[in-house]
Design a protein around this ligand. Structure first.
Ligand SMILES: [Fe+2]
Ligand SMILES: [Fe+2]
Length: 349
């Protein structure tokens, strides 16, 4: 997915669309739309060329109508407006549980390129494990202010959390940061917030962080809490993304089906194990049971396994030390395409 260099030669219509004749194949044109965050595709036609590079190999002239680009001229002939349409797709990049310095290093090195290549408008990461915050795993796998700063500087716009959102001495400070969320269905009396909106190029995304009771036993029922949040956002957001932090595949699937058609994405986090069930549910809801982790392989959920092995042998909680694993970093991330009627695609990166 190497992005083509934007070229400025060719005709420029009144809408700022650049039409440029290609050398080959003959009689085809490249179309470049000067918008960094949206990608375009043609549908209701066999001459579909959908490209992540924002280049459509045909001759078209576009007019923007209600945030959609309507093709009214195609290969030099006037066509029925409704037969070919170019819809602006918004891309959402979601990065699964970032683990420690290796995960942060990876984001610093690769995230700007990933955002550029995918054209993602929205970049969200679950950062609940982005720092080692204590000697034992219980309380030692949370977030620090520095880790949050590093994620934001890498291009992450909003950071979700989970059962480790309260780990470590800097938990309250991190939860006070505007771009940091923790499960909404945790106590509203505690620090932090569980939902936020992001607006990019006229598209508003609502993000809700929820936990199941397998991840945090004392949380409120996630479905009830989400439905209240959706009601409060009625008419104010274009899309809603749910980071559903939970242990089992079945609970995540049931939750996703329960809200299918009402939110644009339900993306599972917490297990750090990437699943292969990414799909679009009826009504345009992108779903995956678990996005996976972004952190070091070669261990257990991104950590050295020794302390956990000792814990099951001795039948007591893991006492530490909390040490991240040493293997090559793996990326757990999905790219969700958002159209006017919800999600149109989800793919692993
Ligand atoms: Fe978790
Ligand atoms: Fe995690």
């Amino acid at each position: 997915m190497t992005p083509r260099k934007k070229e400025n030669r060719g005709d420029l219509d009144s809408h700022g669309t650049t039409l440029q004749r290609k050398r080959e194949p003959a009689a085809s044109w490249n179309l470049s739309i000067p918008c960094k965050s949206h990608h375009y595709f043609l549908h209701h036609t066999n001459l579909v060329v959908y490209s992540l590079t924002r280049t459509i190999a045909c001759q078209v002239t576009l007019r923007q109508v209600n945030r959609k680009y309507i093709v009214f001229r195609f290969s030099g002939q006037v066509i029925n407006h409704s037969s070919v349409e170019v819809e602006a797709l918004t891309k959402l990049l979601f990065i699964g549980d970032v683990v420690g310095d290796p995960g942060l290093d990876y984001l610093e090195t690769h995230l700007p390129r990933l955002v550029h290549e995918t054209g993602a408008s929205f970049v969200i990461a679950n950062g609940e494990n982005s720092a080692v915050t204590g000697p034992a795993p219980a309380g030692g796998c949370g977030m620090s202010v520095r880790a949050v700063e590093r994620m934001l500087a890498s291009g992450v716009q909003l950071i979700t959390g989970g059962n480790h959102s309260w780990d470590g001495s800097e938990a309250e400070k991190t939860l006070a940061i505007e771009q940091v969320l923790r499960p909404l269905n945790h106590s509203p009396r505690g620090p932090g917030r569980g939902a936020a909106t992001l607006a990019v190029n006229g598209t508003t995304l609502g993000v809700v962080n929820l936990a199941s009771r397998t991840a945090i036993p004392h949380v409120d029922a996630p479905l009830d809490v989400l439905e209240r949040q959706l009601e409060s956002w009625q008419g104010r957001v274009d899309h809603v993304l749910v980071d559903f932090h939970g242990e089992s595949v079945s609970e995540k699937q049931i939750f996703a089906w329960a809200v299918a058609g009402r939110v644009s994405a339900v993306l599972g986090t917490h297990t750090h194990a990437a699943t292969l069930d990414a799909r679009i549910l009826p009504g345009g809801t992108a779903f995956v049971s678990d996005v996976g982790m972004t952190g070091p392989s070669g261990g257990m959920q991104g950590y050295q396994p020794d302390t956990f092995i000792e814990a099951i042998r001795l039948r007591r909680p893991a006492r530490g030390p909390t040490q991240v694993a040493c293997g090559p970093v793996e990326l757990g991330a999905v790219l969700v395409e958002l159209g006017t009627g919800g999600a149109t695609g989800i793919q692993r990166l």
